[in-house]
Design a protein. Structure first.
Length: 101
């Protein structure tokens, strides 16, 4: 099922690149529906969150097997997937780029 999500995100990304902004479609929906799908379908749970400068809530969902999803929830109640992937690794303390690579 994770592959389906990646395909959906990939297709949406391609649509965003190929279509003008006014006709681009995102992977968006009700926050509760998306969170339920992440938790029940992919065993991804909220690992971090923060407020964006425009008042949106940015949330990171991760699983123990390393899959992850980044979601933005706007003040108007619409939530959209920003990115998803594999091999997520958390650090106990912040690291500079030179320490990671």
């Amino acid at each position: 099922m994770k592959h389906f999500l990646f395909a959906l995100i990939g297709a949406s990304s391609m649509a965003l690149m190929a279509a003008p902004a006014s006709s681009a479609e995102n992977v968006c929906g009700k926050r509760d529906d998306i969170v339920s799908r992440l938790e029940n379908g992919y065993q991804e749970f909220n690992s971090a969150m923060g407020m964006s400068t425009n008042g949106g809530l940015v949330e990171l969902y991760t699983s123990e097997n390393g899959s992850w999803t980044l979601m933005l929830s706007q003040p108007d109640g619409v939530s959209c997937l920003i990115a998803a992937g594999e091999n997520w690794e958390s650090f106990n303390s912040p690291k500079s780029a030179s320490q990671v690579f």
